[in-house]
Design a protein around this ligand. Sequence first.
Ligand code: HEM
Length: 120
Amino acid sequence: MTRNGATITRSAGSVKNDNLPFISAAQVQRETGTEGSRIWVVIDDIVYDVTEFSKQHPGGQVPLRNFAGKSCSWQFHQIHSLKTLQKYEKLRVGWTEDAPNPYQKPKPQIVKPLWSHQNW
Ligand code: HEM
């Protein structure tokens, strides 16, 4: 992919993304599926156009519409495997930087067992 004339090779997870154009976060945030705009979601800084795909998404249209114009990387990875990204490679339209994810990934909590046989 190129930016400011320089060729940049990036990979998101195990997915290679050569030759994708750079799309600014501001542009991504405009593609929210409203007023005739496309539905774009960002996973690992790669922009996916899911406008048509959203109608056949096994998880339904709602999550894709909710994340339209936003990043949803950690949410995506909690549910899907990297193979899904490879399979839907044709949905990629570009790469971006700093597209906001509306939710912070919850930190893993260390839960103390209420009971342990080591206490005996
Ligand atoms: C490029 C974006 C996406 C693609 C290509 C995609 C594709 C898929 C595919 C193929 C499945 C079937 C299971 C699998 O093969 O992994 C699936 C299931 C699912 N997806 Fe997505 N997905 C996308 C984004 C999202 C997002 C952003 C969310 C929510 C945060 C989401 C929520 C779900 C849920 C909840 C299921 C499970 C449905 C079920 O088994 O009942 N997906 N998705």
